[in-house]
Design a protein. Structure first.
Length: 213
């Protein structure tokens, strides 16, 4: 089974590799902000979880379209495209990647000692038939109290500017997270249990993705 990850996230790639899956990485050209704005203009405000699924689907579909146009497209039988996107919900508002260090600092100050929900949208496409399915994984993240000095030092590393919600659980932000309710890997960016269930809906057993089956 040829697996394609439609995401630039090193954390998602590493999570799959640790589980024995070594995908080809193809990053979509989806303009996330433009897509959300266009969708909300047509349908009204999207809840954070729906934003995550919308973007995951768009990424997977964009990459699947690219694959279908390849000269060897006729040999795509047995190809799986996985799209994911994460949105952090805090006080009912969606938080993607912060646009600046100042924004990241203010966000983390608000999150200190509080909790939020990390939503990760998953969309899976099986080629060449373009059979598809998707779902949202949601995990509650509880933050410890974080001092202003700790926040400044963390933001200065640049890590919070690269991820949804301005934090990681598997990187430098890990020490500031007291606990998680739900799947840990979902907070990293891809829920392995949820992905396995989605694959089964497409009649694809998890073992078929592993390099060493």
């Amino acid at each position: 089974m040829h697996v394609i990850l439609a995401s630039a996230s090193p954390a998602r790639l590493k999570t799959l590799q640790n589980a024995g899956v070594f995908p080809e990485v193809i990053v979509s050209e989806v303009d996330e902000r433009a897509l959300v704005s266009k969708t909300e203009a047509a349908k009204g405000p999207l809840p954070p979880a729906e934003q995550a699924l919308l973007l995951a689907r768009a990424k997977a579909e964009a990459v699947a379209a690219v694959i279908s146009r390849r000269p060897e497209a006729s040999s795509t039988d047995g190809t799986i495209v996985i799209g994911c996107d994460s949105v952090f919900e805090f006080n009912g508002k969606p938080y993607g990647r912060p646009p600046s260090a100042d924004v990241a600092i203010e966000r983390i100050k608000q999150m200190s000692g509080n909790s939020g929900i990390l939503h990760t949208g998953h969309w899976v496409i099986k080629l060449p038939a373009f059979a598809a399915t998707g779902a949202i994984g949601s995990s509650i993240v509880h933050f410890g109290g974080i001092s202003d000095d700790e926040i400044a030092a963390y933001v200065a590393t640049g890590e919070p500017l690269k991820v949804a919600g301005s934090f990681t659980v598997d990187g430098l932000g890990g020490p500031f997270i007291d606990s998680i309710e739900g799947d840990y890997h979902n907070v990293v960016g891809i829920s392995l249990p949820l992905l396995r269930k989605l694959l089964l809906q497409l009649n694809v057993p998890w073992r078929s993705l592993r390099t060493n089956k």
